[in-house]
Design a protein around this ligand. Structure first.
Ligand SMILES: C[S@@+](CC[C@H](N)C(=O)[O-])C[C@H]1O[C@@H](n2cnc3c(N)ncnc32)[C@H](O)[C@@H]1O
Length: 286
């Protein structure tokens, strides 16, 4: 049996472990996540991984990861729960505001001036939905929906739990402060009665949106082309070759003048010659 991994606390004390999770088990988890979803878990992530796996073992009343492992080796519900448990879903409305400024000041006027009949946006790795609703409430606060008859946004994520939240489109009022007033008015309604303290995306807005579970490393069951692909703070969890493959695929799925937005700490590496760099992690297909 391998060494039982334990995190040292800042005081240098090794806390007692509730479950057996060896270094071999951790290596298996690293391999498994990379193989199935492209996520690279560095050795530093071990305490986080242990914490999240512990919840699954507790739920199944198991003491050792080695007893749990067969449940995720077969394709099924527990594999989904396991992967959901290891994704990082942090997000908020209008995160990285410069992207939304660009949509408002450059893309919307361009689409209107070109008399587009349709606009297609893909929020890839949409988490609990704040990103796609930010785009759509922004569009709704402008004349775009009156001028372009067919506007659609596809929102996808690997994690089925966050996607269910995204599809509902219900958020707490504490999140309102991040939403610009015109977008709040155009895109959301405030809850009353038992929904007091909540906001909900307008159903009219949701009628332009499709939510779909998608592992970015599976075949994509749609053709595009997209005018805007927003894949922000997702690739940060992948290693460099995986990121490059993904950016090449995004390139193929973009319209000839389509835009790609990525997260603030992400880059497009070797694919740089295929895009014009617009600054602030915004790229236009060449
Ligand atoms: C940190 S969140 C980013 C959310 C949003 N894009 C933002 O910038 O605020 C990363 C999301 O990527 C999703 N994700 C991770 N690996 C994925 C994969 N292989 N395929 C699809 N989505 C993935 C996670 O489930 C998570 O919801």
């Amino acid at each position: 049996m391998g060494r039982v991994l334990d995190a040292m606390t800042s005081a240098g004390v090794i806390p007692e472990r509730e479950f057996e999770f060896t270094d071999k088990d951790f290596k298996f988890v690293q391999w498994f996540m990379h193989k199935h979803v492209g996520i690279y878990l560095s050795d530093k992530k071990m305490p986080m991984v242990y914490g999240r796996i512990a919840r699954r073992l507790r739920e199944h009343k198991l003491q050792r990861f080695s007893d749990y492992r067969p449940l995720i080796e077969e394709e099924g519900e527990e594999r989904v729960n396991f992967i959901n448990g290891l994704t990082t879903n942090k997000t908020h409305f209008f995160r990285e505001m410069h992207h939304f400024d660009h949509v408002e000041k450059v893309l919307i006027p361009k689409w209107i001036a070109e008399k587009r009949t349709k606009v297609r946006i893909w929020s890839a790795g949409c988490s609990t939905g704040e990103e796609p609703y930010s785009y759509m409430s922004l569009l709704a606060s402008t004349p775009l929906f009156d001028r372009v008859p067919d506007v659609k946004l596809l929102a996808t994520d690997l994690d089925t739990n966050v996607l269910a939240t995204a599809e509902k489109g219900v958020y707490s009022e504490e999140q309102i402060s991040a939403i610009p007033k015109p977008c709040l008015k155009a895109g959301f309604v405030r809850g009353r009665g038992e929904h007091e303290g909540m906001i909900k995306a307008k159903s009219d807005l949701q009628s332009h949106m499709t939510f779909r579970q998608l592992n970015l490393f599976s075949p994509w069951p749609f053709k595009g082309p997209f005018d805007l692909i927003s894949c922000r703070n997702v690739m940060i969890y992948f290693d460099k070759p995986t990121q490059q493959d993904l950016i090449q695929r995004f390139h193929q799925y973009l319209a000839s003048d389509g835009h790609l937005f990525i997260g603030h700490s992400e880059g497009i590496g070797e694919c740089a010659d295929r895009f014009e760099n617009l600054g602030h992690t915004m790229f236009q297909k060449r």
